[in-house]
Ligand binder design. Structure first.
Ligand code: HEM
Length: 462
């Protein structure tokens, strides 16, 4: 076979800084998107270690083969381990706790468990709708803010039966701010050379560690409270983690690991979900025909009834709007794997075991070979089941791949459909500023920035 060199932008300072200066630490994905357009669907970057960015369906489909490739937490994920340790998201698959927690928690996030979470999800979404209703049509809703409150409260209540009560306070719960700071600083740490972190950014690191400590303390407090006041009937994730024994090893989860899992659910589940909801509302507002269609479906399926579990599977168009929004703007912009042994990509690029192979989801989700020339347009119809099933394999990967894909996908989807259905049932929506065009902000996820909308109670809707 022919052996080709993987294209790479020139390195800086005689190779000392590699490609790090090519990335803006406040929004590295944006530079990766641009570079990938210049250098093509396979491109190497030296960012501390070597990373190979893959940017179309053909290349990403290859690395989805779990026999040849597996997830090895790298980059920001290693920095976040200060907070989430060997919790599911940041665990190495050589860590026994990943296997134990995975076996234990897959059913706890499964369809039966999700059904029992319906009432709690409805409770939190109803609080949000009530708040919007009371503030009235002149109020500019800061979507990112309220939807983050929603996602946070929902995890707290469904997973730990704990109420953060984000809709009853002016300022977000300190945990939310601490988490945002930790995520941002963790992202920055990995975009700086190690010696600069050690000498210049000591205070930031101390602050990051203090925040981690406060967050762990809150998780411990919830656990201590549960142990003091057991709730034997409660089937939430916390009880599952405290009381289950893994059938294969006979082991349970340690208090330390439970603390890591709790932090993991809050990290992995809140920004991702709230960003996706914000993007979906934005896309609906910018494409009024889709908003109309979605609202008609809610009227047909739910009408003036109280939203129930039985309605959710019938809200197919809303589901498609969410999927299409995840395509256009995946809140997690990339995930990565390593070859299990030295291998050749596309039969012509040799790569070593343990080199990081990164899926550039924006490029994948805009691959014209899959999505056509109108790949920039919001067209939920492509995501209706009959069309979705016809897509080439691994064309749509906002939830990651294989055994290391998102354990909370069903949780997020249910929460988002409930929220959109409740909002469309009651309100007419409009952009606060009709000229607003999407601006992105990046923490670890990306989200719409400065996106505000207004809602007005639909005539006759209680
Ligand atoms: C893993 C996306 C919601 C918990 C992942 C991964 C992605 C992802 C891309 C794989 C990361 C990688 O390969 O490194 C999303 C998106 C969400 C969402 C787009 C919402 C729209 C949630 C929710 C929870 C959650 C609500 C929990 C309540 C997790 C966990 C993992 C994970 C624990 C690690 C799974 C493992 O490796 O065993 N998610 N996620 N996610 N997600 Fe989500």
């Amino acid at each position: 076979p022919e052996h080709l060199t993987i294209p790479q932008p020139p390195e800086h300072l005689f190779g000392l800084l590699g490609n790090l200066p090519d990335l803006d630490p406040s929004f590295p994905s944006k530079n990766i998107w641009t570079l990938q357009q210049l250098y093509g669907p396979i491109m190497k970057l030296k960012l501390g270690s070597e990373q190979v960015m893959l940017g179309d369906q053909q290349h990403i489909n290859e690395i989805c083969d779990e026999k040849r490739f597996h997830k090895v937490p790298a980059g920001a994920l290693t920095a976040i381990r200060a907070l989430t340790g060997d919790g599911l998201f940041t665990a190495y698959d050589s860590e026994m706790n990943w296997w134990i927690a995975h076996r234990m928690l897959v059913p706890a996030f499964g369809p039966i468990a999700l059904r029992s979470m319906f009432d709690d999800m409805l409770d939190i979404s109803s609080q949000m709708v009530l708040k919007w209703d009371r503030l009235g049509p002149e109020h500019e809703i800061d979507c990112a803010d309220d939807l983050t409150r929603l996602a946070f409260d929902t995890i707290g209540l469904c997973a730990f039966s704990y109420r953060f009560n984000e809709f009853y306070t002016d300022h977000a719960h300190p945990f939310a701010q601490q988490m945002a700071d930790v995520l941002t600083e963790s992202g920055r740490r990995v975009s700086r050379p190690g010696f600069i972190n050690d000498y210049v950014y000591r205070n930031s690191e101390q602050k990051r560690q203090d925040n981690v400590k406060r967050m762990h303390d809150l998780c411990d407090q919830i656990v201590t409270d549960r142990k003091k006041n057991p709730q034997p009937q409660n089937k939430d994730l916390l009880n599952t983690m405290l009381n289950s024994i893994d059938r294969e090893t006979g082991e349970g989860l340690s208090d330390e690991n439970i603390r890591y899992q709790m932090a993991t659910f809050l990290v992995a589940g809140h920004e991702t979900t709230s960003s996706t909801l914000s993007f979906t509302y934005y896309n609906l507002l910018k494409n009024p025909d889709t908003l109309l269609k979605a609202q008609r479906q809610v009227d047909e399926v739910v009408g003036d009834n109280v939203l129930g579990l039985q309605h959710l599977s019938k809200l197919t168009y809303i589901d498609a709007c969410i999927k299409e929004s995840l395509r256009l703007s995946s809140p997690i912009t990339r995930w990565s794997v390593c070859p299990r042994k030295d291998t050749t990509l596309q039969g012509k690029y040799e790569v070593k075991k343990d080199v990081q192979l990164v899926s550039n989801l924006r490029a994948l989700h805009h691959d014209p070979a899959v999505w056509g020339d109108d790949h920039d347009d919001f067209k939920p119809e492509r995501m209706l089941r009959s069309n979705f099933e016809k897509l080439p394999p691994n064309s749509w990967k906002p939830f990651g791949n294989g055994t290391r894909s998102c354990i909370g996908r069903g949780f997020a989807e249910q929460e988002m459909i409930i929220n959109i259905a409740l909002v469309l049932q009651r309100f007419q929506l409009q952009l606060a500023d009709p000229t607003y065009e999407l601006e992105l902000k990046s923490t670890l996820t990306i989200k719409p920035w400065n996106f505000k909308m207004e809602v007005r109670r639909r005539p006759g809707k209680a």
